[in-house]
Design a protein around this ligand. Structure first.
Ligand code: GLA
Length: 386
């Protein structure tokens, strides 16, 4: 385990002996995009790419960090005014602060960490970073917070220290992930169910457009505000609507003239997407992957035309998938760049990869990246001898 060795050596060099190693993962999401902050369903799983951190209490009230990937140090105290200057360190700082706000203890510690989640690919490297520290701090200090609290610590870190008003999906997947299973989560009630995912005859493939849009977080927050605006308009007629996911499609039509067209289109997408997650779960129980795939294409259409979080590169990959009879394909995660997730028949896999590489490169002048998905465990402490 290459990455583990690297952090152990660096830890020994910077901070000396001892410490324990913790891991947390990035995530995929089969379907249910931009539904989490609308109280709807999501269907994610943790992946075999994540963050490893070696950590040890240092007997002070300071945190000393080293990021292997940025090759940078950061040191900060634990009071609100001690926010570090490096963006990457703010994630760890936020996790410390949010743990304290929940009554947890946070003793000073030293840590070295490294990751292999591609940045900006929509695979939630930030959730992996938050979860690994939320989990480790909870264990080291004997705080006894449950996994939902740990996920919420990560989510509040995004809200309060990183400027993204995200939902709970990424941190949930990173904390609750289980090898071989996807998890359907109802983001309103927080009920969840594991679905073993091993489609016979198909593979899940991620294609990374390697496009990252700078303004993604403000565009994301704007989408959320549109949904809240639409939900508030519907609530005037139907007080039972707490979240947009509670609304029926016809209720949205009733308020069409009262809200901006843009908000209407965003809400139209979300209401459709909530239903698609349930349809996909039913289809999976029948091993009906054609329906799963068709729903993925519908999601892509909605994300591209109604929610407007796709881009030329992702639409290109999606169209190519359709042309080649790939079973399902769609932009995954928050959007504005990143990956498509594709459900591909085994016999088509090699041809699709080859065509995507050649045609994407010819059109955009850079190669996309390809990742095979392995659904894996979430946040955990590694055994001492790992
Ligand atoms: C990002 C957010 C999640 C979720 C997705 C879109 O990954 O962090 O909370 O909203 O976008 O489904």
């Amino acid at each position: 385990m290459e990455m583990n060795k690297k952090i152990q050596e660096k830890f020994a060099a910077l901070f000396g002996e001892g410490g324990a190693t913790y891991a947390a993962s990035g995530r995929i999401n089969l379907i249910g995009e931009h539904t989490d902050y609308n109280g709807g369903y999501v269907f994610p799983g943790a992946i075999d790419k994540g963050i490893l951190a070696r950590i040890k209490p240092n007997g002070t009230d300071k945190v000393r960090l080293f990021s292997v990937d940025y090759n940078e140090r950061s040191e900060f105290g634990l009071a609100e005014q001690d926010k570090p200057s490096q963006a990457w360190a703010c994630y760890v700082f936020g996790v410390c602060r949010e743990t304290l706000k929940r009554g947890g203890k946070v003793a000073g510690f030293d840590a070295v960490f490294a990751g292999d989640v591609p940045l900006g690919a929509g695979l939630s490297s930030s959730a992996a970073l938050e979860s690994v520290f939320a989990f480790a701090i909870n264990e080291m200090n004997g705080n006894g917070l449950d996994k939902f609290e740990l996920a919420k610590i990560g989510q509040s870190t995004e809200h309060n220290y990183c400027g993204v008003k995200c939902g709970i999906m990424d941190q949930f997947a990173s904390c609750f992930g289980k090898a071989g299973s996807l998890i359907r989560l109802n983001c309103k009630t927080l009920e969840y169910k594991y679905f073993p995912f091993n489609p016979k005859g198909y593979r899940l493939l991620l294609i990374d457009s390697c496009v990252k849009h700078e303004l993604a977080s403000s565009a994301y927050n704007k989408r959320r505000a549109s949904c809240e605006n639409a939900a508030a308009a519907i609530r005037k007629n139907h007080p039972e609507v707490e979240f947009l996911s509670d609304a029926k499609r016809v209720w949205l039509d009733e308020v069409r003239d009262n809200i901006p067209e843009e908000d209407f289109l965003r809400a139209e997408y979300v209401i459709g997407e909530v239903q698609r997650v349930l349809d996909v779960c039913d289809a999976l129980e029948r091993d009906d992957y054609e329906t799963v795939g068709e729903m993925m294409y519908q999601t892509h259409f909605g994300l591209s035309r109604l929610y407007e979080v796709s881009c030329d590169e992702l639409d290109f990959l999606n169209k190519l998938a359709r042309r080649m009879d790939v079973t399902g394909s769609r932009v995954m995660g928050g959007g504005f760049g990143g990956c498509t997730i594709n459900l591909v028949k085994n016999e088509l896999y090699d041809d699709f990869v080859k065509a995507a590489r050649e045609q994407f490169t010819a059109r955009f002048g850079h190669e996309p990246k390809f990742y095979d998905v392995v659904v894996s465990d979430g946040a955990r402490k590694l055994p001492a001898n790992a």
